[in-house]
Design a binder for this molecule. Structure first.
Ligand SMILES: [Ca+2]
Length: 317
């Protein structure tokens, strides 16, 4: 009887739990280390059943960026997640950790990657209408191209529930890196994306820093980890690093948990030099994140726990 009761209870709880949110991660992996920590968070959220990581698309036109994504996916036992790579992107620059982390660590990885926009179209087409959350934490190259691809604009409009973006600066600072690297695509995305966008500006992640002590302490469950390898190579260790891309993932996965305050509606306007500004408008489809000191502490704790969560099916080395 007891066992039957447990089975019934489990089934009831499973039915009550919200289904995992399908997520696509679009990243310029390799330019900074926050992309890698954000990918680790996505694997933790996937393992918890909060999201389903459908695919990763890379905006950095360098094979080592995609290989590193593949290596991290395989580490988490998820080599099945497709990885797309931009063709003729805005930068071929390799960055200073993706290749070294793979070569020094000997991390197994894929070497053939489909073109990113084609992968986005295929993956979006398979999902239910209004269900997908897109997280863009690099340049807007892939998503701007999606709008011009056959059927791409309709897929963006029909399938995507929310686009969570790390880009811009809404405190009057200079052109932000993700915008500046591909200004025409960022302008196109801001002006033409058919659905809601929530922007995490430079000022949000800048004030919440991932602690070096977490890298040293919280990954002790595994002798080796490709994200830890990357973190130690990216800059002279130990250092704390801004959590820009992690904030966009946290909001995308848990939008109602109060980690951030969301502005009223409006539009993000981007000028020819890449300067961003938020223009309030009750009819606008854009919002941006705001964070106070209490939220910074809560958000950081969540980001650290998720990024360092032990992998269910980690490769053992
Ligand atoms: Ca990034």
């Amino acid at each position: 009887m007891k066992k039957q009761f447990a089975v019934v209870l489990f089934c009831t709880l499973a039915a009550l739990a919200a289904p995992p949110v399908p997520v696509i991660y679009d990243t310029d992996m390799g330019n900074d280390i926050d992309d890698a920590l954000a990918l680790a968070m996505l694997h933790a959220l996937d393992a918890r059943g909060e999201i389903r990581l459908l695919a990763v698309t890379v905006t950095k036109d360098n094979p080592w960026a995609a290989r590193y994504v593949s290596a991290v996916n395989r580490f988490y036992g998820r080599g099945d997640i497709p990885v797309g790579l931009v063709r003729e992107g805005v930068t071929r620059e390799e960055g200073n950790y993706v290749r070294r982390a793979i070569e020094q660590g000997g991390w197994p990885h894929d070497t053939d990657f489909p073109e990113a926009v084609g992968l986005l179209r295929r993956v979006l087409a398979e999902e239910a209408d209004g269900s997908v959350v897109l997280v863009q934490v690099g340049f807007s190259t892939n998503l701007a191209r999606l709008l011009d691809a056959p059927g791409g604009r309709e897929l963006a409009s029909r399938k995507v529930k929310l686009l969570s973006v790390m880009a811009g600066d809404f405190t009057g600072g200079g052109p932000e890196y993700n915008v500046k690297e591909d200004i025409p695509s960022a302008r196109k995305l801001a002006a033409e994306w058919p659905g809601p966008i929530v922007w995490s500006g430079f000022e949000v992640g800048k004030t919440i820093r991932y602690p070096a002590r977490s890298i040293e302490r919280d990954f002790a469950w595994t002798p080796r980890h490709p994200v830890v390898d990357g973190y130690r190579l990216y800059m002279k260790f130990p250092y704390d690093r801004e959590t820009w891309d992690l904030t966009a993932v946290l909001y995308a996965a848990r939008p109602t948990d109060g980690y951030f305050t969301v502005s009223g509606p409006g539009w993000v306007r981007i000028d020819e030099r890449g300067m961003t500004r938020f223009e309030p408008d009750p009819a606008g489809r854009h919002r941006h994140l705001i964070v106070d000191d209490l939220q910074r502490a809560r958000a950081l704790e969540a980001m650290v726990w998720l990024a360092s969560q032990p992998a269910r099916d980690a490769m053992r080395h």
